[in-house]
Design a protein around this ligand. Structure first.
Ligand SMILES: *Cc1c(COP(=O)(O)O)cnc(C)c1O
Length: 495
């Protein structure tokens, strides 16, 4: 069988197999790995509908991870999608009123990041073996709140792998922070950075391509990899639920064969929605990909004007996992909409670093037609939470509310009545204060943990075991550092 090879979006790194791309995390020229083409799947809906989540996962991932044997890939899938998820369906679609919410938060850390991060460690471990690597792998990860704990959970006590999480000191929710700082594991390190998510992500990305640091690591018997969505091993597993949710609407008689649907995605680093773009290009009948931002609306501006401008204020919002100004996966979209023009992509990325902005070509703007961009203010987000609760007695989290709110705007704007799946990316229990106060002002003087109990009273969806009594757990990680100290912290760890 022909191997699907991976190249850098910036064009000057060598082509690699999928296992090498997963191991490296980022290409040596600083670009992101992309498959040399997006494979398609013969969309025979009646056949596909018979598959359960794991079989579908195998079908989709085997098109991308072509240097894994069937046995290797199936073993990774079986280890990932087991009882860690509290629903057998893994990613169920819930119809609430006229809305279809794709609930992606039944994994161990209550956010959609679990779907990819429960399999990435197994893909990585298999890749280490396949490539005959005899070094320890050090995973560097920046988090805006949810990736951190999902990665700690996924990589916990895996032999030969150490993981360091950097989270912004201000910005993550109280529950998100506790999930990370109470995490116990031999191979795990959690460090707060004085700065925002962009500072952490940029610092981490720079370290990957820092030759001096690499040399030191190499001498100590270590190599870097990444658990952020810059790693292709994060992105591909997310394609599966776009297939799964489409098929589940079909099985439930909500749509007919071939009927197109829209998808609304609460977006930060552009990883999740990019997986939707891949799914569409593989054959899932998706019409619009609705890209929903919060007040950090750099992607809305980009989709509507073709100009990406990072010189702007950074807002801390109540949907912190989307508080991002430099969306790293957009680089992969630029690659595809430019007709795989890596020279252009490099130019844009250099311009972004040197002058803080770039404007795409008219040809590329034309190719943005799959996307609709919108954003929701804090007030609109809160209103969406209250609206869904008042009308449907369903509680959604702040990120899902951003997507719902933007979807409503889209409908008003375009009068398009195409059925739309809204990605529900986190459990409301991760953001009890923001969610409960949006439902009723009276909760504003309650503390965060008391509110998880109050939420439990209002909802059929009961407080998940993984965060019950989290405020009573022992805090094991207390280190705080300046962003300029990240490098030293890492070098200290590999001593
Ligand atoms: C990470 C995250 C997002 C944004 O996803 P991207 O892939 O970064 O665009 C949205 N919602 C939640 C709850 C998240 O954790």
């Amino acid at each position: 069988m022909n191997q699907l090879m991976y190249k850098s979006t910036r064009g000057s790194a060598k082509e690699v197999t999928s296992s090498e791309a997963i191991l490296n995390g980022i290409a040596e020229d600083g670009g992101l790995y992309v498959p040399s083409f997006i494979p398609s799947i013969d969309f025979d809906i009646d056949e596909l509908s018979k598959l359960d989540y794991k079989s579908l996962a195998y079908l989709v991932m085997s098109k991308f991870f072509t240097d894994f044997t069937e046995e290797e890939l199936k073993s990774c899938i079986n280890k990932a999608y087991d009882h860690k998820f509290t629903t057998e369906e893994i990613t169920p679609v819930k119809k609430t009123g006229d809305n279809y919410f794709l609930q992606l938060y039944y994994g161990p850390t209550l956010a959609f990041k679990d779907v990819a991060l429960s399999i990435l460690p197994h893909l990585l471990k298999t890749s280490i073996k396949k490539q005959g690597i005899n070094k320890n792998v050090l995973i560097l990860t920046a988090t805006s709140g949810d990736t951190g704990k999902a990665a700690l959970e996924g990589f916990n006590n895996i032999d030969g792998i150490d993981i360091i999480i950097f989270y912004p000191v201000e910005g993550v929710s109280a529950i998100q922070k506790l999930q990370m700082v109470t995490h116990n594991g031999e191979n795990t390190h959690v460090i707060a950075i004085k700065g925002n998510f962009d500072d952490a992500q940029t610092a981490v990305k720079n370290i990957f391509t820092d030759k001096a640091v690499q040399k030191t690591l190499d001498e100590k018997g270590y190599m870097f990899s990444s658990a952020n969505s810059i790693n292709i091993g994060r992105l591909i597993p997310q394609i599966v639920y776009y297939f799964y949710s489409y098929l589940s609407l079909y099985k439930n008689g909500e749509i007919t064969k071939g009927e197109k649907i829209n998808i609304a995605v609460p977006t930060g680093n552009f990883g999740d929605i990019l997986a939707g773009y891949f799914a569409k290009n593989m054959g899932v009948p998706i019409d619009k990909l609705i890209c929903a931002s919060n007040e950090n609306k750099v992607l809305y501006d980009f989709i509507t004007t073709g100009i990406y401008n990072k010189k702007r204020d950074f807002y801390i919002t109540n949907s912190p996992s989307m508080d991002i100004i430099v969306s790293s996966n957009l680089e992969r979209l630029l690659y595809f909409i430019s007709g795989k023009d890596s020279t252009k992509v490099s130019e844009f990325m250099n311009a972004l670093t040197s002058s803080g902005e770039y404007e795409i070509t008219p040809y590329m703007k034309n190719n943005l037609g799959d996307f609709y961009g919108g954003y929701a203010s804090e007030a609109e987000t809160n209103h969406a939470i209250k609206h869904i609760y008042d009308n449907n007695e369903e509680i959604i989290d702040t990120h899902t509310a951003v997507a719902y709110s933007v979807y409503k705007k889209y409908k008003d704007d375009t009068k398009d009545s195409t059925k739309t799946i809204i990605l529900s990316t986190a459990s409301p229990y991760k953001f009890p204060k923001s969610v409960m106060v949006a439902i009723d002002e009276k909760y504003s003087h309650f503390d965060e943990f008391k509110l998880t109990e109050e939420m439990d009273k209002l909802s059929d969806y009961k407080i998940p075991a993984s965060i019950k009594d989290i405020d009573k757990k022992k805090i094991v990680h207390t280190k705080v550092c300046e962003k300029s100290e990240i490098k030293d912290v890492i070098l200290d760890l590999v001593k």
